[in-house]
Structure formats: C-alpha cells, structure tokens
Design a protein around this ligand. Sequence first.
Ligand code: ZN
Length: 147
Amino acid sequence: MSDLEDLYKEVILDHYRTPRNRAKIEGADVHLHRDNPLCGDEIDLYVDIEDGRVTNVGFEGRGCSISQASVSMMTEKLKGLSIAEAEELANTFKSMMQGEDAKDEDALGDLLALQGVQKYPVRIKCALLGWNTFLEGVKIHNEKHGS
Ligand code: ZN
C-alpha cells in the first residue's frame, strides 16, 4: 500500500507544483471566488459554457497542496464534458471524499490520488473547494439562463 500512497503523493505534488489551466479567463461565463477559511485556501474559478458543454476552465488560487492540486486536476477533467457529465463527476468525487467507495474509478482517474485525504476530515474541505465552487457556479449560470 505504501508504494501506491507514494505514487498518489507524487500526483498531488505534481499538480501543486505545476498547476494545469492556471489562468484567468477574461469574460468567462462563470467566475466565482471562494475560500476555505479553515485552511486559508482561496480560488478564483473561471468556466466557459457553450451549448451545455464546458468549453474552457481556468483558475487562480493559493493555499495548501490538497486544495490547489484538486482544483488543477478538476480543470483537466471538466474541459469538454457536458454540464450533466461534469455535475455527475463532481458528485462522484464528493461521495468518494465523504467516504463512499469510489464508484467509477475510470471516470475518477488521477482523482483517486485524493482518496487518502478522506482520513483527514479537516482536509476534505480543501479537496472539495474547487468542486463545490464549480457546482455553485453552474447552478448560478443555469438560473441566469433558465435551463
Ligand atoms: Zn487546505
């Protein structure tokens, strides 16, 4: 098990050190700033949505490795998904972090690296910050566009 945990740690550190899609998107359809005061994590999430599909995702942020790696992995996963697929993935990820067995390991992929965080309840909020921000952003967007 320790080899696997080391591998997972590598995945998290890689995303923390070299965040993917770390960029502001000017005029994004969704822009939300959210934080996790318990840990001091902050993100700005930018999402472009076209014809019910996530066409671009970017973020800016600072905070612990778990929060920043999780949002970096999230941006890679969400690009190209339909809103319904993206919400489903977010909910699958959330249930994994809340201690359920990972239902769809293929869909989660690298995100399984964060499963070990569920052992540290105070860090779960760190891992979920990006995802909750995304779900909230989609909800606001849908309300605005009446779908
Ligand atoms: Zn944190």
